[in-house]
Ligand binder design. Structure first.
Ligand SMILES: *Cc1c(COP(=O)(O)O)cnc(C)c1O
Length: 471
């Protein structure tokens, strides 16, 4: 066997040593990148290499050159967007997935990858309390999960009226009515756009102060529909954490034979704790669910799950007909039947490892801790004059408004100034968003490591930024 021209074990250990150093020093780093995109581009710009560089030097250069442009996303005081903290167990499993070099395309090629997905899929359905007959596609994130689920929805609602969308496409097909909440996530609209359903060709339904679909408006939106229909609901609104009232909405959708899809990128995980499960009660009656591994389950990027009750519709929408691929025996699951890709990384390994590591109890405890910390931060901020919390903190999301007694424009300026000041300080990271035509600071408590000390340090940093800006 030809030996590689370098020491593999040395290379891997060096990468591991560098990774461990990064993680260990993460709490002491500024919780923001030190270099911006332009600076990184300037420092990396180089002509195409004509000759090679030794392996250890490549990895050393990568590690050293990237440091200034890295964001502390895996940090314990990172509250930006909704970003899980790449748990070390998931990272280690992901390294093995890469080291093993498994193409997860089919179960003959990598029995280990395929079987791990089958088992992890069963665990996910159990943890999330979803029908055991549902099929699960391991995708890059909720964006693609929404796409896969809505592709299956499109396939099934058209099949019921005698139209084969996989074979014939959408030209000449009966129209599909798409009903969606006004505060749905932008990626659902991207999925509709990719599927030829159009991001504007939808019936938008009014929502309440927390972004939850209004039942009456939903009933009206579906009322006139007789043909194929898809209703898109949401578990976990990005600014408020609130979920649609599934129990109330489901009967209307069922009555009209609409396919019900739920975008539950992080919010579906409310199912995994007895304390929050009630918020998403009835969600199990839907036809499809999109959720993420790289948010609340803490897997490294990238990891999302497309979960579909009707596995026939799932397979029909995703299966590529290729003669050289092995036939799957009845009851066997081929990973590629449930995702758009053929060749891809073996995402089942980190998902399996995270569920195995945390267990049902550990996942529930983590979710409960995050929700408790979110309430703690919100209460502390709210007790300060001039700061208000714009959402009911029911889950892990907090929408903070500064200068709440001021006219909207002044409050917007002040809120943005506090965010900029907080980010420059670097004790913690929170980003900005808009909610109900107002600028807000949004915090998402979603790192496995965040504890009360971090929450209190975060409150102190935010208050200090607020006092400095308030003048
Ligand atoms: C994060 C999120 C998405 C998109 O998920 P990705 O993992 O970024 O692809 C979709 N919907 C909601 C509600 C989200 O929070």
């Amino acid at each position: 066997m030809p030996k590689p021209s370098f020491d593999q074990a040395g290379l891997f250990s060096d990468a591991a040593r560098r990774a461990a150093f990064f993680r260990e020093t993460l709490p002491d780093r500024r919780q923001r990148p030190l270099a911006d995109y332009g600076e990184m581009l300037r420092s990396l710009a180089a002509p195409t290499p004509e000759t090679g560089l030794p392996a250890d030097e490549v990895i050393g250069a990568l590690d050293e050159q990237m440091q200034p442009g890295l964001h502390a996303m895996a940090g314990r005081r990172f509250f930006g967007w909704v970003i899980g903290a790449s748990h070390p167990v998931g990272v280690a499993a992901d390294w093995l997935a890469s080291a093993w070099g498994q193409n997860a395309g089919n179960h003959q090629a990598s029995p280990a990858a395929a079987a791990t997905e089958t088992v992890a899929a069963g665990w996910l359905l159990d943890l999330l309390g979803l029908p055991r007959e549902a099929s699960v596609g391991f995708v890059t994130g909720a964006t693609v999960a929404n796409f896969v689920c809505l592709a299956a929805a499109r396939s099934e609602v058209l099949r019921r009226v005698g139209w084969d969308v996989e074979a014939r496409g959408l030209f000449g097909a009966p129209p599909i009515k798409v009903v969606i909440g006004d505060d749905a996530h932008t990626t659902v609209f991207s999925a509709l756009q990719l599927l030829g359903l159009g991001h504007d060709r939808v019936v938008r339904v009014a929502t309440d102060t927390q972004g939850r679909i209004e039942a009456e408006a939903f009933a009206v939106a579906l009322k006139a529909s007789e043909g194929p229909a898809i209703a898109v609901l949401q578990a976990g609104q990005i600014n408020t954490g609130a979920s649609d009232p599934f129990r109330r909405l489901m009967p209307f959708a069922h009555r009209h034979g609409a396919w019900i899809h739920v975008d539950g990128a992080f919010g579906l995980w409310a199912r995994a704790s007895a304390q929050t499960a009630e918020q998403v009660a009835g969600v199990e009656e839907a036809d499809s669910w999109a959720t993420d591994g790289h948010k609340w389950l803490q897997t490294p990027y990238d990891s999302g799950y497309a979960i579909i009750r009707d596995s026939q519709a799932h397979r029909r929408a995703m299966t590529a007909a290729a003669s050289y691929l092995p036939e799957v025996a009845a009851g066997e699951r081929d990973p590629s039947h449930f995702v758009p890709e053929l060749s891809r990384r073996a995402r089942g390994f980190p998902s399996w490892a995270m569920i195995r590591h945390l267990g049902r109890a550990g996942i529930a405890a983590m979710i409960e801790r995050h929700c408790a910390l979110a309430r703690r931060i919100a209460q502390a901020l709210e007790s300060e004059p001039g700061i208000s919390i714009l959402n009911q903190v029911c889950l892990n999301q907090i929408a903070v408004r500064f200068g709440s007694e001021l006219p909207v424009a002044e409050g917007d300026t002040l809120t943005q100034a506090v965010i900029a000041r907080l980010q420059a300080d670097g004790t913690c990271f929170a980003g900005g968003a808009r909610w109900r035509d107002r600028a807000i600071m949004r915090l998402s408590v979603i790192s496995w490591q965040t504890d009360t000390t971090d929450a209190d340090a975060t409150v102190a940093a935010i208050l200090s930024a607020w006092r400095a800006c308030r003048g």
